[in-house]
Design a protein around this ligand. Structure first.
Ligand SMILES: [Zn+2]
Length: 63
């Protein structure tokens, strides 16, 4: 289980963050479900991209 004890700022938004597992918690725009999204390193910075909500399937778009 991820432990979201840290915060990370990605694209100007703050997210709850697990610094060991490199996972952010992102709430679905449609249903509010907390999705756990794995971060990727791009140009030395952690970020995440678009994902489908694991609860309702809504496509949450991030670029
Ligand atoms: Zn959803």
């Amino acid at each position: 289980m991820a432990q979201f004890s840290d915060m990370i700022t990605i694209r100007g938004e703050e997210y709850e963050f697990d610094s060991e597992m490199k996972v952010v918690r992102v709430y679905c725009e449609n249903c509010g479900h907390a999705n756990e999204i794995e971060c990727e390193e791009v140009d030395g910075e952690l970020t995440f991209f678009s994902f489908s909500c694991e609860n309702c399937g809504y496509f949450n778009e991030f670029n």
